[in-house]
Design a protein. Sequence first.
Length: 324
Amino acid sequence: MTESTAQDERTDQFVAAVMAGGGSESARAGARALRAGDPTAPDRVAALCMSAALVAPELLVEVYDALCEGWLGGAPAAEPIAGTPTTPAPVSDDMWRALWALVFDPDAGRDPADITVRTAALTGLLSPQFNHRLAAMAMRYPGVAGAAASGMPPRFSLDALERCPKGSLGGQLHSLVVDDGFDLEVLDRDSLGLAELPPPLDYLNVRILQCHDIWHVVAGYQTTGLHEVGISGFQMAQFGHHYSSMFLGLVLTKVAFTQPFEGTGFLLDTILSAYKHGRETPPLLGVVWEEIWDRPVDEIRGELGVSPYESPYPAGLLEDLRAS
């Protein structure tokens, strides 16, 4: 058997596993098999996470809670969030081609802006029916209905941030934008056509583009490669953020096919610790940040009940490894 044929067979088996999906029992078993050194476990875990992103979003919390139980030794201390899957959502050939192009591109992930745009583009290959399933599931998360009822959020003002004291939330966000070259919104809401999504996905996707860097500051995630993976788990736990579930499914799949054992466990440590953090943190979507720009971050954390993320690895580890 040639290397190309073996890879084709493996990708076919992976696609079948994604379409078959699985719930809590499969996730616990997959995590425990990875602990035990089962060579099939990286593919099994990645396929379950990709299935929750592409096929059955109703099982996302069930799958990730059970992965926490199997890998970390305990599920998040939070109420279950469950939906009832209908039939597995169809996945187009265009989606699979785009996904495998990212998985086997050796440079994918080196440029954070590029991987963000390419992963976001994957969501454009989903069917409208799938978006309605995502929308229905999102409404089951605490705080989503109330936050979305406030309407589409206005854009933040850089002038308002500039007036904030140094060390305040607004001051830190202003520094990220002005000194570090970040954007007030990660991607442009209009060019992405987010207003055309069914509610509450329209609100949720706009709001997280605004709040991503705020959550970095308030929830204690640094702006490094490893913590970008972590905050994706946090966002996904908070409201089922679909871009984050796609991104994490993609990263786990890429590692399963390229660095299965040295990479998968390392990633799960980060993803699941951050996911657990997000599940156990009060909902942040409805916070009116503009009203508290000028307050110190520690004071805001205390009022909102947010504990900073405790990273299992040094935040800059990926950058250090690349440099060496």
